[in-house]
Design a protein around this ligand. Structure first.
Ligand code: ZN
Length: 462
């Protein structure tokens, strides 16, 4: 701009360019120098995250915690971090029990025989080889089950028939998932022999959605499984006809003796000015076993690895360290997230975390940035919001939770953010056999990488 005002004619004479063109060239140079705009544009053109996701879901596949593929995924992550040029690559141990699925089946014995598609809930016990054969008693939702009269399910298989609602932010998951998490113990209290739930999902398919369940201190434990929404419709229709419906459930699920020692895998781009101050992003490396864990949470792994790697490749290094944490065993109880926070608390390093955000809601486009920052830091977000605007991302409420794995860090007092993804279709495939690479839109994935890269770069230099 200075050249334009001081010596336009001179520039024109020397370069043979019009003053306006010279100014445009200068302006473009200035845009290139803005690391936020630069990283956004680089990320939008990069196929790196998709290639990482393809490799993870193809070369490793499903990543059930404690399985052979769990160890393979850890080795994969270490190798990829190194390949991508991260300055520091290391693991931290995480202990957890190992649950295995085994063979499973569900059939109606009377009044009509029919095979149902079924999946044991993670953590469920098995039925034994003989299975559980019993009449079904239906409850509309968890509340109805919990408040039912003692003995009202004695000797029966409880069926919870709650249909999860479709929303952009997945807000019905909390209300729906209680059936899955706590249903077995609530049913056991009423004398039930097994639990079947309508899947916690929004699809109209036969695919059952698995997911973790818990036994509370109710002395009796019973097996628990989910059936797909279409199969739940069928079962409800059978029950509605008024004749007793008898099911036979067989689950080979069991929890092995002794803990497994897995790992959080961590890669860092070292900050050039304040290396001890940390901008943490990440996803969880484990998945359920039915699909290949593409949207849950291969996408989060690929998005955050690529965002940091692209920043590492920029000409100007970030001032603070960018840390990518790939958490162990989120699915069965946030084991990696809890271990990560416990290690930071023990080392008195919670205060070093400038901000943290986990990508764990699929691969849909990001539309909002939620934070939990002080007023002073909120006031300084304008450059970040300007850089996010072309990605159609606006500032949301200052009530971010930090997703599952950074939740324990938030509880320890660290600032967190949520880059909210459009989850309208997320619960169609979440925890099902359809969680595969073809469900991920390559262009949407680029938008996610761009958002994480801009976010991490801003807070690294803030
Ligand atoms: Zn997840």
């Amino acid at each position: 701009m200075r050249a334009f005002y001081i010596a336009p004619f001179l520039i024109f004479a020397i370069c043979g360019q019009s003053p306006v063109l010279a100014a445009t060239v200068e302006l473009q140079a200035a845009v290139k120098l803005d690391p936020l705009a630069e990283i956004r544009e680089t990320a939008l053109k990069s196929g790196q995250a998709y290639a990482l996701l393809e490799s993870l879901t193809t070369d490793v596949g499903q990543r059930l915690a404690g399985s052979e593929n769990d160890a393979k995924a850890v080795a994969w992550a270490k190798a990829k971090f190194t390949e991508l040029g991260f300055d520091r690559v290391y693991t931290e141990p995480v202990r957890y029990p190992v649950w295995t699925r085994g063979e499973e089946s569900l059939v109606s014995v009377s009044p009509a025989t029919q095979k149902f598609s079924v999946a044991a809930l993670g953590g469920s016990m098995g039925t034994g080889a003989k299975g559980v054969e019993a009449e079904v008693v239906q409850f509309d939702d968890y509340k109805n089950l919990e408040s039912a009269a003692a003995g009202s399910a004695a000797g029966k298989i409880v069926f919870i028939n709650y249909q999860m609602l479709r929303t952009r932010d997945g807000s019905d998951y909390g209300a729906a998932v209680i059936s899955r998490v706590a249903g077995a113990s609530a049913a056991a209290k009423l004398g039930a022999r097994a639990l079947i739930i309508r899947s916690i999902g929004t699809d109209q398919t036969r695919n059952p959605h698995t997911g973790v369940m818990r036994y509370d201190n109710t002395p009796t434990r019973i097996p628990a499984a989910a059936i797909g929404n279409i199969d739940a419709d069928l079962l409800a229709a059978m029950i509605k006809r008024g004749k007793p419906v008898t099911l036979k459930l067989q689950l080979g699920a069991r929890t092995l003796k002794g803990d497994y020692v897995g790992a959080n895998v961590i890669g860092e781009i070292t900050g050039a000015v304040k290396p001890k101050e940390i901008v943490a992003i990440g996803g969880h490396l484990d998945s359920w076993d039915l699909g290949t864990g593409a949207i849950d949470d291969g996408a989060g792994v690929a998005i955050t690895m690529s965002a940091a790697a692209l920043i590492g490749a920029q000409a100007t290094p970030p001032k603070r360290t960018i840390r990518v944490v790939l958490f162990a065993n989120e699915e069965q109880g946030v084991y990696g997230g809890k271990a990560y926070a416990a290690a930071r608390v023990k080392a008195d390093e919670v205060g070093q975390q400038v901000i943290a955000a986990e990508s764990d809601f699929g691969a849909g486009r990001i539309y909002s940035l939620k934070t939990n920052l002080s007023d002073a830091r909120l006031a300084g977000l304008a450059p970040l919001l300007r850089a996010l605007a072309p990605l159609d991302i606006t500032l949301g409420a200052n009530d971010a939770g930090g997703s599952a794995d950074f939740g324990p860090m938030r509880e320890a007092g660290a600032p967190v953010a949520d880059l909210q993804q459009d989850g309208t279709k997320y619960f169609d495939i979440h925890h099902t056999a359809r969680d595969t690479l073809d469900q991920v839109d390559a262009e949407d994935l680029k938008q996610n990488v761009a958002a994480y890269a801009v976010f991490a770069r801003f807070f690294a230099d803030e």
